[in-house]
Each structure stands twice: as structure tokens, then as C-alpha cells.
Design a protein around this ligand. Sequence first.
Ligand SMILES: [Zn+2]
Length: 367
Amino acid sequence: MLVLLVLVAGIAWTVGATDGEADPVAGSTTSSVPAQAELPSAGVVVVPPGGVAINDSPAGAVLQTVGAGLVLPYAVVDDEWLEVTTTCDEPAWLRADDVDVSGQADPGVAGPGFDLASAVVVIDPGHGGPWPGAVGPTGLSEKIPNLDIADRVRALLGTGHDIDWSTGEIALGGTYPPVASVFMTRDPDAVENGDFEAKLGYRAAVADAAGADALVSIHNNTVPKGSRSSPGTQVFHSVGAAGSDRLGTLLHQEVHDALAVFDVAWSGLADLGARGYTDAQGGDYFTVLSGGTPAAIVEGMYLSEPEEEALLREPSVRQAYAEGVYRGLVRFLTTNDWGTDPLPTIPWPGASPGSPSADGCVVPSAG
Ligand SMILES: [Zn+2]
């Protein structure tokens, strides 16, 4: 009954919004939040089919109707209204009753005894929309394999598996149960098939608001410094969020080893491994890693090189990359292992980041 009352009040408040299209499935899901006073104080929302209106203030002017499948973090509640961060890293308000609300989880302590079935993981496919990332010699945009690899990681995390740690082989089984939740900052099942701009601050905010146990950003690299006998996988880990260095080394080892089965002329830097980079103030150089969630960026291979670009077009190679990320996450969450090749944290040696400006960023609209 309380749910019904909230819904009626909401209709009165948002004339002209999408209430007429209210999705009964979404409504029943959000009924786990029985009253506005009990809304979790932070969390993430998922926009249901049909989209949802976002407003400039609680019950204020409608800014637009944003598209289905967007994952929006929130950390402020005002009655039944949530202040979310849009994909353009701007504040906006929406009604909790119009969306699926997942309250902020309590992150567990990674290590032996961690309950994998309780884990919340955020997978972040790098770039998107007008920002292709690296572009290969025959025109493959990095944002495309990044999204597919991330989706494969999500599928792995969503199913129970056994892992043969001597070979790395992953099979359906019960040793490692499905995690509780996986959120993707760009979701191929979402509006625009997940191909939209997502600002770096937004990406970090999703992980923190979800109370995620880990955030992994999926990338591929450009402009190597030389040839190598094995993949030039690089990992950048957060310097501020505890556990990120261990996560980074595990991701480095597992992704490198997963890709090493492919026999091509590999490229990369001499001092590969997992490293943190600080900015001028000693904080995280990479904005996506600057939240409180254990986090790392994986640069699997060099899209700028013809042979590696060709590999990145192959579903089997994307699957191998994803399986490496999955094994790295499982080891991070359920063991005290460290991976190979930890490198000392150093100041970023280059100029300040050429982060895309907020100007021109568009939150994908419904329809
Ligand atoms: Zn990238």
C-alpha cells in the first residue's frame, strides 16, 4: 500500500513525465523499497524500459527522458527523489519509484573467507560515443572491443564456475558462485547499445555508490615502445583505494598469461606490470581510479599494431582477455595472492590528462 501511495504522489508531482508508461516489472522490483523514508541513502539506479525523466531539482523542471539501461549513481535522497550523477557527470533528480534502486552494498574484506556470492563488481568499458579511444591501422575503435570484453566479464561473473588454476581453464561449476551484482558503466543492452560518452568522474561514482568490491576498467593500448616476446599488457591501479595494487598485479598476471597463448609479434614497453601514477598533489592521476573502490585499468594489448588489432577482432581473443580479468577478480576477492610484476608508484611523467571537456556531452535519451 505504501508503494501505491508513493506512486500516486509521484504522478501528481511529475505531470508530463513518463508515469503513463510505468513498467509493472520495474514497479514490483522497486517495491522492495517499501517507503520513501527507507530509501537507502546511497546506491545506484538502473533506468527501466521506456526510460525515465530526470529533473533539475526534486519535482522540478524535466531536463530530458534518459534511455533504458543507464546505471546512475546517487548519494543524496530528498523524500522520494534521488540526486543522481548522469553519464555526463552532472547532477539531476529522479523519482525512486520510477527506477530500479540498488542500495549501496557493504564492501566485504577481500581474501580467504570472502563470500563471492555477495560481491558487487563494476566493469567499465573504456571510451564510448564520440570518443573511440585508440584506433587500429584498419580502423577498429578501441571502444568496441572494450565493450564486448567487458560484457564477457559480466557474463562470467554472473555464472558459477570451477577454475583449474594449473591451466586457467574455466568450466561451469559451483566452486565460485555468481556474484551478487555486476554493473556496467556502458552496457551493450542499454540505450545506444552502450555506445555513449561516459565521463570519468561518473564511472568512479558508480563504483563508490554501488559499494563495489572492485572496479575494473577495460582498455587497449596505443603507441608501444618496442617489440616483445609476450603481450605488452599494462595495468594502472589506484593509489588511494586500499587493495588496488594487489588487484592490479593479479589482473596483470592473468590477462597477460591469457593473451600469451596467441602467437603474434607482440609489442610494448620494457617495464611492464602493474603501477600506480600520482598527480601533482599525490592523488590518483587517473580520474576513473580516484574513488574509494579498489580499482585498476587494464590495457590488454596494443590496438595500434596490425597483428594485435587483428587479434582484437576475434571473439576468441576477447573471450581470453575476459577470462583473464575474471580469474584476476576471483583471486583478488577470494585469496591473499599477489600477481606478478608489481611496479613502484610514481608521479605521472607526462603532461596533465587531455580529458575530454564536459562541453558537448549528451546523456542518451529514450526513444
Ligand atoms: Zn583506452
